[in-house]
Design a protein around this ligand. Structure first.
Ligand code: 5GP
Ligand code: ZN
Length: 135
C-alpha cells in the first residue's frame, strides 16, 4: 500500500535489519526495540490489523513466531518473551500494517506489565453477560 512504511520495507525501498523472509512473511528488527532482540513478524500482503488478516495464514504466522521466538531467546539469552499485537490507535498501534512483536524478557528487566484492576464479581458478571450476547 502506498505510503505504508512496512510495505516499503518489504519492497526494499526502506532498509531494515531482516532476519527471515518467505513467500508470505517478512521479519526484521524493530528500529526502536523495547528490549534486546525485539523482532517484528509482518505479513507481506498489506492488512491493517488482526481483523482483516487472513485466517488461513494464521497457522503459518504462529509457526514462524514460535520459530523466531525460540532462536531470538537463545541468541540474546532471554528468560522469556512476550508476543504482542497492537490493534487500533487506542491500543498503541502506530504502523497500520498488521504485525506481531516478539519482545525478549529478562528476569527483573524492569519492564512493567499491564496493571490489573480490582473489580467486583458483579462487574465481571455484568461485562461477561454483555459480551456473550454478541456471540
Ligand atoms: P505498533 O505500535 O504499530 O504496534 O509498532 C510499530 C513498531 O514498528 C514500533 O515498535 C516501531 O519502533 C517500529 N517501526 C516503526 N517504523 C519502523 C521502521 O522504519 N523500521 C523498523 N525496523 N521498525 C519500525
Ligand atoms: Zn503495508
Amino acid at each position: 500500500m502506498n505510503g505504508c512504511v512496512f510495505c516499503n520495507i518489504i519492497k526494499g525501498e526502506i532498509p531494515c535489519k531482516k532476519i527471515y523472509e518467505d513467500n508470505d512473511f517478512f521479519c526484521f528488527m524493530d528500529i526502536k526495540p523495547i528490549s534486546k532482540g525485539h523482532v517484528l513478524v509482518v505479513p507481506k500482503k498489506h492488512c491493517e490489523n488482526i481483523l482483516d488478516f487472513p485466517t488461513e495464514a494464521s497457522k503459518r504466522l504462529v509457526e514462524i513466531t514460535k520459530k523466531l521466538a525460540t532462536i531470538v531467546v537463545k541468541a540474546v539469552g532471554a528468560d522469556g518473551f512476550n508476543v504482542g499485537m497492537n490493534n487500533g490507535k487506542a491500543a498503541g498501534q502506530a504502523v497500520f500494517h498488521a504485525h506481531l512483536h516478539i519482545i525478549p524478557r529478562f528476569d527483573n528487566d524492569g519492564l512493567s506489565s499491564w496493571p490489573g484492576k480490582d473489580v467486583t464479581e458483579e462487574e465481571l458478571n455484568f461485562i461477561k453477560d454483555k459480551i456473550v450476547t454478541f456471540l
